[in-house]
Design a binder for this molecule. Structure first.
Ligand SMILES: N[C@@H](CCC(=O)N[C@@H](CS)C(=O)NCC(=O)O)C(=O)O
Length: 232
């Protein structure tokens, strides 16, 4: 395999070519971090069973010249181990292990309150077939209607801002979770906040918050890859 072979990332897509998956954003930044060129293949929720014979239930899925890897952290591990001569995504074994904590922190502490804010906005930015799937699957998961799940109250936004305190306190000491520069840990949290930015008009981060400044730095990475995305 060479760095110039075909490399395709299957990337979740809503209306207007909106690429909103938090996990796909992690991988897009990881690929850019490694300096690896790639194309994306847009996939709606209802298109996932048609990708590569339905081997995987979720995206991101990376096809790296015929090597297929799914799951954002598995993809990061694969990129780190395959392209070890390029900038490290982890900065060493401790960084690899720490990224696992950050992944779990983002999913358990941030996704949970955030999804209540953005769930209707996601729905409204899907094609009709995906809307039906999304409503049915999320209402089954929460045992509530989307309208009951949705909560855009100031208290809910405040609960997300409060949940970000460990990140805020860390950014008082260093510009990125990775230290002087970003690592996979940064991309894990970035993906979550980018998901909200792309799907919802609600301002999750207040200007003046060090987390807002960090997020802006992340949006600027790799020629503004994150900033260029279609947003709400
Ligand atoms: N642990 C997986 C999670 C991936 C995941 O949940 N992806 C969502 C999109 S953000 C998905 O494909 N969902 C499919 C569905 O809900 O049917 C990863 O890190 O890649």
């Amino acid at each position: 395999m060479t760095a110039s072979h075909a490399r395709v990332l299957y990337d979740l897509c809503g209306t207007d070519d909106r690429r909103f998956s938090p996990y796909c954003w992690r991988v897009k930044l990881a690929l850019a971090h490694k300096g690896l060129a790639f194309e994306t293949a847009a996939v709606p929720f209802t298109g996932i069973p048609g990708v590569l014979g339905g081997r995987f239930k979720t995206v991101p899925i990376l096809d790296d010249g015929g090597t297929i890897v799914a799951d954002s952290l598995a993809i990061a591990d694969y990129l780190e181990d395959t392209y070890h001569g390029r900038p490290s995504l982890y900065g060493g074994p401790g960084g690899r292990a720490a990224a696992r904590f950050v992944d779990r922190w983002a999913v358990t502490q941030l996704h949970a309150p955030l999804v209540r804010i953005v769930v209707r906005d996601i729905h409204d930015r899907l094609e009709p077939a995906d809307q039906a799937y999304f409503r049915q699957s999320r209402e089954a998961r929460f045992s509530k209607s989307l309208e009951e799940i949705e909560d855009k109250s100031a208290e809910r936004v405040q609960s997300v801002r409060a949940a970000l305190e460990p990140l805020r306190a860390t950014l008082a000491l260093q510009p990125f979770l990775g230290g002087e520069g970003p690592l996979m840990s940064d991309y894990c949290v970035f993906g979550t906040l980018q998901w909200a930015r792309i799907t919802s008009p609600v301002a999750i981060l207040a200007e003046g918050d060090p987390v807002h400044a960090w997020f802006e730095r992340c949006l600027d990475l790799y020629d503004g890859m994150g900033r260029r995305a279609v947003t709400a």
